[in-house]
Design a protein around this ligand. Structure first.
Ligand SMILES: Cc1cc2nc3c(=O)[nH]c(=O)nc-3n(C[C@H](O)[C@H](O)[C@H](O)COP(=O)(O)O)c2cc1C
Ligand code: SF4
Length: 468
């Protein structure tokens, strides 16, 4: 039997649709047009509600476009813009879908103002948005929020354990609105990854036993087999997943694609980003720890990432007072010498000679060496912070102003908001963060994209149904 015949429609967010899902991609890498186009093919499209753009409005890459000089006010403006953008994109998706398929929105639980943004969007998009997917953190309040607007919710997890905690603590009270669970492979998926502390990033685990465990946990809670698990991360063509289709052990499965849909005509990303995707080779996508959210993430090893790796490598521990180990005074400024070990002192002096003349302290009692321009950029980005995260390791911003635990700003991270806006608006795929799944190299190897061909969503969804 062909894949197309095996791939039966399943119920997702109240309609029978193909089990093919476009994953949400922020910032502005999945939007109303891309999501609506997936829905128009009887699949599921996901609008990213992480700072979505209002078409024709705003200089998104320019953080200075925020009007207030006070960060809390910029944070509020960011929330207003996100709500306006989410509503605008939902309308576009609704019109594009022509009442076919399903439309979801995606948010990060650790983004700033997540509750307010969800309430703001969901209160204005009744009938246009049918579900919400949410990961990057433990979205305990997601069920309650979605129940209020009668839309389904889909937590994104990377282990059965995480779902078990969410269910026991919160979701069992809102079981009616649970639409399914997204299992995102923490070793393969593009974007932020849910690797836990006891999982080794160098030892990837096969998704099948992990999804079976997730299904068994769902069964133990009485959720059964009908609610779909969306398999996300590392899915390229379905001929490699035939054992997953109609497999009673795994229950109902849908397939979520994040990286492949980036390269379609309707994908909102700039052409330079699309062209860069076509050039990727094996090993170009790496798991890294530079996101100021604190989560690992998968992105292309471009200038931006190499620069961050090198910045962290130019790092030495210091002591504020001399002792038997920290013997060499290093004069950052004449009044405040720091003490380095003898070997580190030699390295530090070499970096200074190479132009990395500014030493910046980190919360780990280390000092990193950057150029004067880089240090100015770091200070500039912190100054223009809009509070896009609930807690930011780079700027030290914390939405919960009452928290007794301050975050010490750390120059080893970067402003992810600025970087993702930059690639989304200007397409600078070399000097901005380029999230990508670990199978991104397959664009260059897959005949479908021969001679730089960029398919429409219709062509991609039809292709997926052939198994290729
Ligand atoms: C450019 C890019 C941005 C992404 N942004 C988000 C996001 O904002 N929220 C989210 O839940 N997942 C995000 N993802 C993950 C996708 O939704 C999807 O689950 C994942 O990419 C699937 O794995 P794949 O990359 O192997 O296809 C992103 C992925 C990519 C490639
Ligand atoms: S500094 Fe951090 S919180 Fe502020 S805008 Fe940048 S990423 Fe967001």
């Amino acid at each position: 039997m062909s894949i197309k015949d095996q791939l039966k429609e399943i119920e997702i967010s109240g309609a029978r649709v193909l089990p093919l899902v476009e994953g949400g991609k922020g910032i502005a890498a999945s939007d109303g047009l891309s999501a609506g186009s997936w829905a128009a093919m009887d699949g599921v499209g996901t609008i990213s509600a992480v700072n979505p753009h209002v078409p024709g409005q705003g200089d998104y890459a320019n953080m200075k476009s925020y009007s207030s000089s006070i960060r809390l006010e910029r944070h509020k403006e960011m929330i207003e813009r996100a709500i306006a953008g989410g509503i605008a994109q939902a309308r576009i998706a609704y019109e594009t879908a022509c009442r076919r398929g399903r439309i979801h929105i995606n948010v990060l639980w650790e983004m700033g103002g997540v509750d307010e943004i969800l309430h703001g969007i969901l209160s204005k998009v009744k009938g246009m948005v049918h579900g919400v997917t949410c990961g990057a953190g433990m979205p305990f309040r997601l069920g309650e929020i979605c129940a209020k607007y009668d839309v389904k919710y889909y937590p994104i997890v990377s282990s059965a354990r995480a779902f078990g905690i969410l269910w026991k603590r919160a979701y069992n009270k809102f079981s009616q609105w649970l639409g399914g669970v997204v299992y995102e492979d923490p070793w393969l998926a593009g974007g932020h990854n849910g690797l836990s502390n006891n999982e080794d990033e160098a030892q990837p685990e096969s998704p099948e036993p992990r999804v079976r465990e997730l299904r068994n946990v769902m069964r133990s809670f009485g959720i059964g087999d009908l609610l779909p698990i969306f398999m996300a991360g590392g899915v390229w063509c379905l001929s490699e997943w035939v054992n997953w289709i109609n497999n009673p052990d795994l229950g109902t499965i849908a397939f979520q694609f994040g990286t492949r849909p980036l390269l379609t005509q309707e994908s909102p990303i700039p052409i330079t980003w699309k062209k860069k995707l076509l050039t990727l080779k094996r090993g170009d996508v790496v798991l890294n720890r530079f996101s100021p959210t604190g989560f690992p993430s998968s992105a292309v090893k471009n200038n931006m990432l190499i620069n961050l790796q090198q910045r962290s490598a130019r790092q030495v521990p210091f002591s504020a007072v001399p002792d038997a180990t920290y013997t060499r005074p290093f004069y950052q400024s004449p009044r405040t010498p720091l003490f380095l070990t003898s070997t580190d002192y030699d390295d530090a002096m070499r970096w200074v000679k190479e132009g990395f003349v500014v030493g910046m302290k980190t919360p780990s009692r280390t000092i990193i060496f950057v150029t004067a321009e880089e240090s100015q950029e770091i200070m500039h980005d912190r100054l223009h912070c809009i509070g896009c995260l609930s807690a930011c390791k780079f700027s030290g911003w914390r939405q919960d102003a009452d928290s007794k635990v301050p975050i010490v700003p750390d120059p080893r991270y970067f402003c992810i908001q600025k970087s993702l806006q930059r690639i989304a608006s200007e397409g600078d795929a070399e000097n901005a963060l380029m999230f990508c799944g670990h199978q991104g190299y397959r664009f260059a190897e897959d005949d479908f994209y021969k001679d730089g061909y960029i398919p429409t969503v219709k062509e991609l969804v039809e292709r997926l149904q052939t198994g290729l």
